[in-house]
Design a protein around this ligand. Sequence first.
Ligand code: CU
Length: 159
Amino acid sequence: MNTRTTRTLAAALSLTAALAISGCSSDSDATGGKPKMTVSGGFMPEPVNEKMAGAFMVIKNDSKTADKLVAVTSPLSDDMQIHETKDQKMQQVPSMDVPANGELKLVRGGNHIMFMGLKNKPKVGEKVTIELRFEKADPVKVELDVKDRTHQAQHTESH
Ligand code: CU
């Protein structure tokens, strides 16, 4: 863990403490606000079959409030899961952190969203809509571009 991550964590922890002290008075911290998420680079590699598909993107939290991705829905599947990859094996997790002033990167070989069972098999060039649900932020609709199976996200920091 680098010092930057440590500092971010410390900030998140002290914020949590501050929120706990202020309790339920909703108008005490109007500037704290709820986090707002922006999503970029969302894509789905064209699925091989109708059993499963992955989704990749970058979820950015520009607020001072840490949040969590807690659920994903899509018209394409009734079983959407959040997966992490450990020792090259993927496993389902109940939620994933989106740090304050930070990003959650969903990338090949790492954290990702998984469609378990597809109602149809999308092809390259089509779009798939999903909705991300967060603990605090409003839900975000994302249009995933269906890309060829070997597609990799661009390594740009520009957005
Ligand atoms: Cu997976």
